[in-house]
Design a protein around this ligand. Sequence first.
Ligand code: AMP
Ligand code: MG
Length: 348
Amino acid sequence: MSRPLPDVLPVRWPADATSPPPETVAALERAASILAGGGLVAIPTETVYGLAAVATDADAVERIFAAKGRPATNPLIVHVAHPEMARGLAAAWPEAADRLTATLWPGPLTVVVPRSPRIPDAVTAGGGTVAVRCPSHPLTRLLIEMAGEPLAAPSANRSLSVSPTTAAHVLEGLGNRIDLILDAGPCVHGIESTVVDCTTDPPLVLRPGPITQARLTEALGMPVAAPSAIAHAGPARAPGQLPRHYAPRTPLELSDTASERVGSLLAEGRRVGWLTVAADAPATRSLAASRDVVVVPMPADPAAYAAMLYAALHALDKRDLSTIVVDTPPDTDGWRAVRDRLSRAATA
Ligand code: AMP
Ligand code: MG
């Protein structure tokens, strides 16, 4: 492939401004025209960077699968500017979708609903449902408005690798396979959306994410089925459920006794990366003195941890390490999404 690298255009929307600055509007106009022509644009969202194409354009959607090397059996999430746009893509709008989206949209929640014929087969992997999300990032929604169509957008990375949380990650991972990158800085949540199947009763969490079980239960007024209960529901239902996913190239291990594990790897002459919430502990400090360990201090709050997780993995992947060791996160609702991503990254 001898295509040039895509332009990376900075976009921003200061909180105190009623509209984005003119350069940002110009960048979004260019992105919208590439999308209208069937092209691929990497877009910022509040979760991770997405690789967008017009969702109703089957050829453009095929290009997403080709650029990512994604199996055709993995359906895509369709992003909308507002809830009415989502209803236009659904054959029916279940009560559960209504309740969840009334309080949690715009935001990092994807709902799976019966699909309208407007959606090409490639988007849904031939299935009878479609996954839709209304992002809270104002620039994502403005771009969708300008494109005038919903945008299919999986994470902007090669299939099975770590999702991008910066424009630089996208450029490294997809480079000349795509037409343009919009750069709005690091993503706020840093992990993929919570996905809830609203076609079952009770609704099922297909993928844990920034919206916790507790918040789903509150919005719904009743409990949702826990992700662990459906962990083996099958790949066509939720591609994020593939056992190995979100993985760095460097082998990754979760450990309940990470300082001991790091110590023994160092004793074997290995070079080790270590994500730890206990960077200040005496055991960590003494191990950190070795030249062969890269200690990455991680926040003790799960949302803050998630926000920097993928950037930490992308950075460690460049350090020529033999192993990345990660302290096993607590088994609680707040940590569920982080545990999910790390345990998939650790599946060899
Ligand atoms: P990503 O590649 O990171 O964008 O992940 C796509 C996610 O979309 C998967 O993990 C699924 O959970 C979800 N998804 C998309 N379409 C569907 C669908 N029709 N049914 C269930 N899940 C879906
Ligand atoms: Mg992905």
